[in-house]
Write a protein that binds this ligand. Structure first.
Ligand code: SF4
Length: 395
């Protein structure tokens, strides 16, 4: 079972993704008993209650299997689902995991012209949201926030200008699902009017119709952040079909996509991670990766705990190897360890934030600024892109 610790804020952190069954040591692997003990977490039988799990043929693998899969991943052409599930099953503190993280960083850095990027998010409102995602501080069913809060248009515009001056490579406007569409349209137009034409502008908002996405594009949006969240429809109040329809609608409207395997917690299995990973890869997104769930006090998921940065680093490394070199931006590089394991996209945040409980995340909350994100990249061996991010404006 994953090992659980509790940090100074009372939040539990876990050292490995769930496998649901205890690790089972396999037969001889050509090592002394003592040495074999070092590898025992890797020689495991993995089964889970995830939809993608084939319970009739449990997953077995050896340390050499892990090295071979990582070596294949280093070629940059991606991995299949079985190989990806094995890598997601590797214990984060093992020798093999260190090789996995090293390989993902090498592969990321080997991509021609690749640099790290900082995308800047402006949260437009903190209104209670009826979609009731159990991890989110905005959810009406959670007890994390009270009342209604909306960022004034003047502040949104000013933040966008400051972000561009500070070197943001892309700007993202975030709303709850309860934010009025016509207001979002107005905010998109207002921000587009003050930032450079080359600076991509994305939105992260409700599931919208094709017509609504077309209107946002006409107002000046270039793309959207959109994800099928882990256990969508079970831990959220939105059906999988609705989320998938939104992918189709925004693509048909000519908007580019940013997505992620998120929010990942200790209860998610390697099989679930693989299923979500391949959904992201097949979406053709410009940016993707894996994001761990942030435990927010007052939410229904707080008690489930939070993965450590070490596990998060493993997960982004697996995503990079599974996706290969076609993926230019791998998220979420929110710590030096993760940024040194193949992730080259981080977010700066102002305004409301579903991972926070303060009105404005920049006022004593968890939101980081562009300089902090850039420092993380520089300490991980990354050069940060200067100027607008490429590949988002589809014409
Ligand atoms: S994650 Fe989004 S849709 Fe879900 S409750 Fe929070 S704001 Fe609403």
């Amino acid at each position: 079972m994953p090992k659980k610790h509790t940090n100074s804020e009372g939040i539990a952190t876990i050292e490995a993704p769930s496998t649901d069954f205890p690790a089972v040591k396999e037969g001889p692997i050509g090592l002394s008993e003592a040495a074999a003990g070092l590898f025992s977490p890797l020689v495991s039988t993995v089964a889970a209650d995830a939809p993608a799990q084939d319970t009739t043929s449990p997953l077995t693998f050896t340390p050499q299997d892990v090295y071979d899969i990582v070596d294949k991943g280093l070629l940059g052409k991606g991995l299949d689902k079985h190989e990806t599930t094995i890598l997601y099953s590797v214990h984060a503190r093992s020798k093999e995991a260190a090789y996995l993280r090293w390989a993902a960083q090498e592969l990321s850095l080997s991509i021609k012209g690749i640099k790290a990027e900082v995308h800047a998010q402006i949260g437009l409102n903190g209104t209670i949201c009826p979609k009731n995602c159990k991890f989110c501080s905005f959810a009406a069913s959670n007890n994390a926030r009270k009342g209604k809060y909306e960022l004034p248009k003047d502040d949104v515009v000013e933040y966008a200008q400051i972000y561009e001056e500070d070197g943001a490579n892309l700007i993202l406007l975030l709303t709850t699902a309860s934010y009025r569409f016509d207001k979002l349209e107005e905010m998109v137009a207002a921000v587009r009017a003050v930032i450079s034409a080359e600076l991509p502008l994305l939105v992260n908002t409700d599931d919208l119709t094709l017509d609504q996405w077309k209107r946002l594009k006409a107002a000046g949006a270039n793309g959207a952040y959109h994800a099928v969240r882990m256990r969508e429809g079970i831990d959220t109040g939105i059906s999988l079909e609705t989320r998938l329809a939104t992918f189709d609608n925004l693509k048909e409207a000519g908007l580019s996509l940013s997505t992620c395997v998120e929010p990942v917690g200790p209860e998610h299995t390697a099989q679930e991670l693989t299923e979500a990973t391949f959904r992201c890869i097949e979406s053709g997104a410009v940016s993707a990766g894996v994001g761990k769930r942030i435990s927010v006090p007052g939410t229904q998921m707080f008690e489930r705990g939070m993965l450590s940065d070490l596990v998060a680093a493993n997960m982004v490394a697996v995503y990079r190897l599974a996706a290969g070199t076609d993926l230019r931006l791998n998220c979420s590089a929110n710590s030096t360890l993760v940024a040194a394991s193949g992730a080259n996209l981080a977010w700066a945040e102002v305004g409301s934030n579903p991972r926070d409980t303060v009105k404005r995340t920049e006022h004593g909350g968890r939101g980081q600024n562009i300089r902090k994100a850039a420092e993380i990249f520089m300490s991980s061996g990354w050069e940060v892109l200067k100027g607008p991010s490429k590949g988002w404006i589809l014409g």
